[in-house]
Design a protein around this ligand. Structure first.
Ligand SMILES: [Zn+2]
Length: 195
């Protein structure tokens, strides 16, 4: 987009959203945490209003859509079966000079750093986007779990239970609202690509 006098920068939007109490940077008093955002008093009001409207229109007023509120952590096999464990990754490379990190598929030229213009980049590496955690007292491979990378995966896993419990006939829908977690390499554009 061509910049004109009226072009509003992302910095201005972020600053306005903060001043007006819509969105704050997470952990700001400790210098912030890159890619994480908190909804302030007016932000949460707006977010709830949109969610409630969506839920009413999409779920409650329709006979062929059911609601669900699943856990944030699922059995690791869910993510193995869905392919996320093996496939949900981006190729990335680092700039050895300015330490910036780049998604290979977003780079105009994979030999040149878009931040500093240097050519001292590492070889591309696969970077899984799921947030890893440990369930139980021991932090080892056997207890590794993942925060859900999508809100839809638990819907697929609970499909049979929902269908039997509600006696829905195919085709029908299952709806869910909630947080999903992606360990974005390069969070940017405010809340549009957050972690
Ligand atoms: Zn660089």
């Amino acid at each position: 987009m061509a910049k004109t006098e009226n072009t509003v920068s992302m910095e201005k939007i972020v600053s306005l959203a903060k001043r007006r109490g819509f969105v704050f940077q997470s952990s700001e008093i400790y210098g912030g945490f890159n890619g994480f955002w908190d909804y302030g008093p007016y932000g949460v009001r707006m977010k709830r209003a949109i969610e409630q409207l969506w839920w009413r229109e999409m779920v409650e007023t329709r006979d062929n859509v059911e609601g669900l509120d699943s856990t944030i952590i699922c059995h690791p096999q869910v993510w193995k079966a869905s392919g996320h464990l093996d496939q949900f990754s981006d190729e990335m490379c680092d700039c050895r000079d300015c330490k910036s990190r780049h998604r290979v598929d977003m780079m105009e030229d994979t030999k040149v750093c878009s931040d500093c213009g240097g050519g001292n980049l590492t070889e591309p590496r696969e970077f899984n986007l799921m947030m890893k955690t440990f369930v139980g007292p021991v932090a080892d491979e056997e207890n590794t779990a993942y925060l859900r990378a999508e809100t839809c995966q638990p819907i697929f896993v609970d499909f049979h239970n929902v269908r039997v419990a509600t006696r829905q006939k195919l085709p029908f829908g299952i709806a869910q609202i909630g947080k999903a977690f992606r360990n974005e390499i390069n969070p940017r554009n405010f809340t549009f690509r957050s972690r």
